[in-house]
Design a protein around this ligand. Sequence first.
Ligand code: ZN
Ligand code: ZN
Length: 621
Amino acid sequence: MRSLLNPILPFNIGLALHNRFSNLIYLCTSITLSPNSLEYISNKPIHEIAFSIYSFLQKCTSLSCLKKAHAKTFAFGLQHDTHLQTKLAILYISFNRLDITSILFECMPNPCSYFWNIMIRAYVNEGRFRRSLELYRMMMEKGQRPDKFAFPFALKSCAGLSDMQMGKLIHQHLVCCGCSNDLFVNAALVDMYAKCGDIEAARLVFDKMAVRDLVSWTSMISGYAHNGYSTETLEFFDLMRGSGVKPNRVSILSVLLACSNLGALRKGQWLHNYVIKTGFESDILVATSIMDMYAKCGNLGLARTLFDETRGKDVVCWSAMIASYGIHGHGRQAIDLFNQMVKNGVRPNHITFTCILSACSHSRLLEEGKRYFHLMREEFGVAPKLSNYTCMVDLLGRAGQLSEAQELIETMPVEPDASIWGSLLGACRIYGNLDLAERVADRIFQLDPFHAGYHVLLSNIYAAKSRWNEVEKIRKMMAQRGSNKVQGFSLIEFDNLVHKFGVGDRSNPQSEKIYSLLDELAAPMRRLGYVPLTDFVLHDIEDEAKEVALAYHSERLAIAFGIINTSPGTTLRITKNLRICGDCHNAIKFISKIVNRVITVRDMHRFHHFEDGGCSCGDYW
Ligand code: ZN
Ligand code: ZN
């Protein structure tokens, strides 16, 4: 080897120029030079050498070949040639060497906007959203105008970080830069607003778009679905298909989620057929979501059939089926399935354990729950997360082991949140333990002072003990804190539409019929032994008024609507956004007997199958 070819030489030059960037020097020590080509090009003038290296880069197909060319730029002092360095950067990125590219970038005194865009995009693709936004800011500071290629990626970072403030700022920039009519920029804007939870802002941008691509339709649909606008999700899906855009997997998953939330079985079944026709059935996540939809719409049998037919089941699929048995109160089947899963060689994760523990909780399987909580760590090596502890607290609390539940929260190695204390507060309500409830509520309101649900729960505990002064105090506290009570509503699917009822709602065209049916049912219910449980009415009002308030809870309105509109014997399926109250639970048992119907109510926790005067939950929910 001749001394000229000693690879140390060019890197000494590199050292002098880039002594700030020790990484680059380290990287370059692994580069070897080809003696022949170096000698050949060294006889040419510098611009020709640059051109030769550039041509060489055009044909570059391997990382080692790229490194050789890179070394040559050092050897000939071309490390500030913008053209060459940008080309090198693009190639390094294509080999996924963001580390080297970022050093090249930092060595460049004035990178062109093209190079800035490469970097912003590369960080987004790596999921490093903060860094990408940092570069976006630096680019602006250095006086570079961001263009239509920079905005979509900067917005994507905001979406990834749920940083709407920055997203809005970029929205202003892009308007100033005249990019507000660009399809890709707008699609990214819609996506950013939807992912940050401002679906109205997303809709405003979407409505102004002259052309809408699959990305913007999908962003709207998935934004609606994940922000709880289930009806709008279904509407938008139909609109998208109507406009000739073919749905992708993300939009299908979003619509399945909406069907599950609404309990819209017919729409879900239609979607299942659509998935089969369009070939998405082989996608394991889509198959799992369909299964989950059937279970959440009350048809556990169909869910299981589909589960058995699904090939290549992964841990998500198994866990979803275990969870389905759980919410329907079939704890034993959930356990059987868990054992079968382990036998099939699928390793459970902490989500699987959340499913199995909550299945035990819904089915009053205390000992089994404790056993799985133990096995989780000891046999499967899965460290319990907060969700697993919450299930255990729920299980212990429902079984009346309130002090064990409290001790678990106080000794667990993770920080408790409001929801785990909330589980214990729920148990205090079941067992009427006011003393503990007050202490637990203190902890909850320190962590989450605005949550209306916990205020209502505590207030129910006071109401059950006729402590009306405290009930009134909580009402005032809620008003002061501005925590609005979540409005309860119930849904029922009929004639391909989902009908929604609020408490005492009279907006349905059939309201008169609905209310008179409920009034007619009152007498036979009383004859069979129904006594209104007025504890569940918050305010200190006369008993008769309390009964009236209870009789028109949203689930009862939905049931009456179902009885009026479907033929005798048809199963009624109701979905409720909150927990079903004790009085409605009791009343629906009597209604199921009188009208001789199976009535399924899914509340925020689980399913209740009412039949012939009883409920599948065994009054344990
Ligand atoms: Zn009720
Ligand atoms: Zn029940």
